[in-house]
Design a protein around this ligand. Sequence first.
Ligand SMILES: Cc1ncc(COP(=O)(O)O)c(C=O)c1O
Length: 333
Amino acid sequence: MKARGGVYEVFVFAEELARREGLIGDREDIRHLASAEARAFFSSYSIAVGSTGNLGLSVGVAARALGFEATVHMSSDAKPWKVERLRKLGVKVVQHEADYTTAVENARSAAEDDPAVYFVDDEQSRRLFLGYSVAASELVDQLQTFGVAVDADRPLFLYLPCGIGGAPGGVTYGAKKVFGDNAHCFFVEPVQSPCALVHMMSGSEELVSVYDVGLTNSTEADGMAVARMSAFVATVMRNMLAGVFTVDDASLFRWLLLAHEVQGLRLEPSAAAGFAGPGFIVKHPQGRAFCERLKLSDRLRQATHVVWTTGGSFVPQEQFDQFLEIAQASRSR
Ligand SMILES: Cc1ncc(COP(=O)(O)O)c(C=O)c1O
């Protein structure tokens, strides 16, 4: 999920630099960005980012592929295998004994004083957001391939795992552009890290964090362990988002196991959150109330539910086996 945004922003920066320096002309093929000359030039620049893991992976991979130096500031939630993978690519990983918001703040201030450092700002970047939004046009193609129509009688529900809000916000933005009022986008968050939920519920202009309401921000869903959502995304989402609901960690593992057994999918816990969506809409009083309010209740039979499974294909086998073990142990309890 984070890959679209991270790769897009790194490539846009590379293109901008290359055009400014005359390395590629106005109409010249973008593939020249991968030339030896361009790589040598990019090596004097560095790209920095703060991340719980997956944005760091996508920015690190894209930056190194083009020859940039890269530094990823990781929060304490970051999984060791993600750190390892980045280090193997030659990315400098700074591990903070702090949460994601602090990791981003540190990354931002480390980048501020150095003109050779480009900072990918997960809290504010429009480029990341636009990169994520492209997923909606890929969804259009997929739905067409499967002969799935979306219109007023056949609504589309999207269930999007949410950390800081950028990736699910970008997808929502794209989906609303393409499907308009026929798309209903929900963010899904861990019970202890529902930063979008607490902020949206507060109605406040000032960001409200999960700590402000006594939650711990502690979850196995590392990508979603974010205490304070993006202010920029909150503003854009205010009139676009259908709703936000939470899912507990045990359910994430249960869905992860089921998705593996039934569909052969390989997910990480964060990526399994969307599976809670259809149950929320059909069974939960708030989900049902939403459908009543929008007069969708009698159209649910023709509705399409899209569970956005956002990551996991890079998870090493050993780590994935551990996820399955945790899920199996709780199933047999
Ligand atoms: C697997 C996965 N899903 C969802 C998200 C949420 O994206 P965002 O933080 O932009 O809301 C992340 C974030 O890292 C993630 O790693």
